[in-house]
Design a protein around this ligand. Structure first.
Ligand code: AMP
Ligand code: MG
Length: 347
């Protein structure tokens, strides 16, 4: 009730969702929206996702109350959930939400706290991830606290986010339909639904210069998901073969950094192989932990940002991360890790 009261007063608050924590404000309030941008220090041309708690709320913010038919089979199967759809913008949606574009991104979250909050407010809620712009996404309430403490009046703690990566942004108004941002709802699950047979993925199957300039899709234009420590990503070959030994490649990189004159080197390692050799007998100080199993990409998605933030708080100079294949949630994981990384080493 306290959260609802604040949202009705055009305040912004932290709220849990099944993907990542969101920075919530009334999506129909110009004041609330402008506070989202200033609290996060978000670039003014990066549009926000609008969250609804029912199909009738979605209809109420559509031009002529009409949902584009291409989406109907998806909404039936995949909503509520980690799927965001691009629809034509009605006049009731402030143009600050869409940064002047004629389309708006909408999602129906499944998290019970998010749903109850929107339902109680009776209006849709705009919510980007509740981190400072450019930082790793928050998947615990304490992450929101770390980034935005003193800048927002309230954070609802819903525990750890189930998915751990943002929603999948799908543009079904394009022909063929395209995933603009991979996320918690997988390519495999969308592609098997009616009308989605030719589904494409931005950057993988096509690029669009205009889209690239328009920053309709996050991380295309701005630095994203980056901790204080430099991230080095170790990528296995895309053909699924094992490639070079990850441990040997990590050791080689540590030796290279020390030879280059790095003193008191402190490295955090997030690995995904089950059998990972001990690196503790080393000239550098190593903190290593498993970030889920490579064969279970949903585990890696859930653990990724927690792991990165945890190692960053330990004051490491570098975070070395072992990548996974792009199957299922692996597509979203690798999308985020490639953006977070300052160096990518092919195994
Ligand atoms: P986040 O900051 O994680 O909430 O991401 C919001 C993202 O949703 C934006 O950065 C865009 O990628 C996407 N998005 C929001 N509105 C639109 C839109 N009208 N067209 C295309 N993508 C959008
Ligand atoms: Mg974000």
């Amino acid at each position: 009730m306290e959260a609802v009261k604040l949202l009705k007063e055009d305040e912004v608050i932290g709220m849990p969702t099944e993907t990542v924590y969101g920075l919530a404000a009334n999506a129909l309030s110009e004041i609330g929206i402008s506070k989202i941008y200033s609290v996060k220090n978000r670039p003014q041309d990066n549009p926000l996702i609008v969250h609804v708690s029912s199909l009738s709320m979605l209809e109420s913010i559509m031009p002529d109350n009409r949902i584009p038919p291409i989406y109907l089979p998806l909404l039936e199967k995949l909503w509520p959930g980690a799927l965001t759809i691009i629809v034509p913008k009605a006049d009731i949606i402030p143009s600050a939400i869409t940064c002047g574009q004629p389309t708006v991104a909408i999602r129906f979250p499944s998290h019970p706290v998010a749903r109850a909050l929107i339902e109680r407010c009776g209006f849709p809620i705009a919510a980007p991830s509740a981190n400072s712009s450019g930082k790793p996404s928050p998947t615990l309430a304490s992450h929101v606290m770390d980034d935005l403490n003193n800048r927002i009046p309230l954070i609802l703690d819903g525990g750890q986010c189930d998915f751990g990566v943002e929603s999948t942004v799908l543009d079904g108004l394009r022909n063929p339909p395209a995933i603009l941002r991979p996320g918690g709802c997988t390519y495999e699950d969308i592609q098997k639904l009616p009308g989605m047979e030719k589904l494409q993925v931005y950057r993988k199957h096509f690029v669009d210069k205009q889209l690239e300039m328009m920053p309709t899709t996050p991380g295309m234009k701005y630095r994203h998901y980056s901790p204080e420590a430099a991230v080095v990503l170790f990528e296995h070959p895309v053909d699924g073969s094992n490639g070079r030994d990850t441990v040997a490649a990590i050791q080689k990189e540590i030796d290279r950094l020390i030879e280059a004159g790095q003193q008191n080197l402190k490295v955090g390692v997030l690995h995904t192989s089950d059998e990972f050799q001990d690196l503790s007998d080393n000239k550098a100080q190593i903190i290593s932990q498993q970030m889920g199993r490579a064969s279970h990409p949903e585990e890696v998605a859930k653990a990724m940002f927690v792991g990165i933030r945890h190692l960053d708080s330990q004051g490491v100079d570098y975070i070395f991360i072992e990548g996974i294949s792009e199957d299922r949630e692996g597509m979203a994981v690798m999308n985020r890790l490639r953006k977070a990384a300052s160096t990518i080493i092919q195994l």
